[in-house]
Design a protein around this ligand. Structure first.
Ligand code: IYR
Length: 232
């Protein structure tokens, strides 16, 4: 998509729902989101691709800087490619845990119980690798001759990933937001063009039957919400 767009409008088609419906919708949504957990032990049970595809369609409804939609979602189910990704990620992660990470970082991670081993990269039926696209490339199809900058890429892709994780959760699936560091091996293994950079790797599937999660909680509302003014 090049930058030479023309401003046109269409009807918003926004339907107001009753206050009761509003309260019940947001309460139900909150209750569901409260049960979302990051999972690190996956079953290899298959997942209908339709769920993955629709969750990605939902993610791609995210607002983005100048509507540039600076993202690409690469979905991997191929066992050989998953194995390559696991081997490369574990190479980086063993460096991270044994040398690269400062003690302060390792201390912060201790409550998650993570280490360099990443079996979930092969166990989960699908890996979704989200790429950020910081600039558009010249493209004869849309008449663009030079590369052009995308705006607010981190924010845009972050919002899209939030919607993706939410959609996967509502579809009854478990996911993990995994950021091996550095992640450039993903560009090579997946043969991505030079304007795409890995943003996050998300294994998706069902939790293993014996999956456990760290006993951690979320900060209470009074710590995270501050109202300036009265309730209106
Ligand atoms: N990328 C490493 C380390 C790691 C870092 C953070 I910050 C986490 O929240 C979790 C893990 C790993 O995946 O193990």
């Amino acid at each position: 998509m090049s930058e030479s767009a023309i401003f046109k409008t269409q009807s918003l088609r926004f339907r107001r729902i009753s206050p009761e419906e509003q309260a019940s919708a947001v309460d139900k949504f909150f209750e569901s989101m409260q049960s979302r957990r990051t999972v690190r032990n996956f079953s290899s049970d298959p997942v209908p691709f339709h769920l993955i595809e629709t969750a990605i369609r939902a993610a791609a409804t995210a607002p983005s800087g100048a509507n540039q939609q600076p993202w690409k979602f690469v979905v991997v189910s191929d066992p050989d490619v998953k194995r390559k990704i696991r081997v490369a990620a574990e190479d980086e992660e063993s460096e991270f845990y044994s040398h690269r990470a400062p003690q302060e970082w390792l201390d912060a991670l201790a409550l998650l119980g993570t280490d360099w081993k990443k079996p979930f990269l092969e166990d989960a039926p699908y890996l979704i690798i989200v790429f950020r696209i910081d600039y558009g490339l010249p493209d004869k199809a849309d008449g663009s001759e030079r590369k052009w900058k995308h705006y607010y890429v981190t924010e845009s892709v972050g919002i899209a990933v939030g919607i993706l994780l939410t959609a996967l959760h509502l579809a009854g699936l478990a996911s993990l937001t995994h950021t091996p560091s550095p992640m450039s091996f993903l560009s090579e293994i997946l043969n991505r063009p030079k304007n795409e950079r890995p943003f996050v790797l998300i294994p998706v599937g069902f939790p293993a039957a014996d999956a456990e999660v760290p006993e951690i909680g979320k900060r209470p509302l009074r710590e995270i919400l501050e109202l300036v003014g009265e309730k209106v």
